[in-house]
Write a protein of this length. Structure first.
Length: 256
């Protein structure tokens, strides 16, 4: 067997098709300060530590100018903290409604375990958020053997590799070349590469794709192919070793 363990991301990879809970929270938080970010602006830093995500958004040229126009001054680190704290409260209000496993997740994870794989998870969520969503996902059939948030690594989330290493420690995995990281954001890929793991980007239902299941299925064949290829290139440019349409592709990779 080429791999001993798989470390999955959470929202957008195994649950929450399209990764919409954080998106909704960030948009509502910025709107409280008179700024309506675009979906592209919100999704570009997705997967990072949440406060770093806010800082990255405020550093974007359009949002930075919009902040000065709405607040009458340039943004500061105090503003980063204020927007971040508001986004945290927003996501806590809704996160329990975004814990449904994505298609094929429960059966694929079961097959991986039958093959002897250990299943870990890293996330941009906090421990408090995971205390809500992890039990909800478990009720519906998905529960990794362990998970770690940035709360476990001194608030150093992706692209730092430390959550990966905490998973490996907890799962008793020794060799980084025998562990795979699977995610749905550029930050996931960078996290995995920084840890020395084989990295895999998932297309369907990902934050990179940014579509609901209904929106994706409504695309014409040529539109779907174009959207798939755009997502594929984003992952490859970030350094991904493999890109798969959905989680079933992981089974094919570990069976090669």
């Amino acid at each position: 067997m080429k791999y001993d363990g798989i470390i999955f991301d959470w929202a957008g990879t195994t649950v929450d098709y399209g990764c919409f809970a954080p998106v909704k929270a960030f948009i509502e938080a910025f709107e409280q300060f008179g700024i309506t970010p675009t979906l592209e602006e919100v999704r570009k830093p997705m997967g990072m530590l949440k406060i770093d995500h806010v800082r990255t958004m405020l550093s974007m040229e359009r949002i930075s100018k919009a902040w000065e126009e709405s607040q009458g001054r340039p943004w500061t680190e105090e503003d980063v903290k204020a927007v971040y704290e508001l986004s945290e409260s927003k996501i806590m209000e809704i996160v329990e409604h975004y814990a449904d496993p994505k298609p094929y997740v429960t059966e694929t994870v079961a097959k991986l375990r039958e093959m002897g794989m250990k299943i870990g998870s890293t996330t941009g969520y906090t421990d408090e958020m995971m205390a809500v969503v992890a039990p909800k996902a478990k009720e519906q059939g998905y529960a990794p053997d362990c998970w770690f948030s940035p709360d476990s690594t001194g608030k150093k989330g992706r692209p730092y590799p430390y959550m990966v290493f905490r998973n490996m420690e907890a799962l008793g995995l020794m060799d980084v070349t025998r562990v795979m990281k699977v995610g749905d954001t550029v930050a996931d890929i960078k996290e995995g590469k920084n840890a020395g793991l084989t990295t895999v980007g998932i297309i369907e239902g990902s934050s990179v794709m940014g579509l609901t299941k209904e929106e994706y299925e409504a695309l014409l064949p040529e539109q779907r192919e174009e959207a798939d290829e755009k997502a594929r290139q984003i992952y490859l440019q970030a350094g991904a070793d493999h890109v798969v349409r959905d989680i079933r592709g992981v089974l094919e990779l570990v069976s090669e």
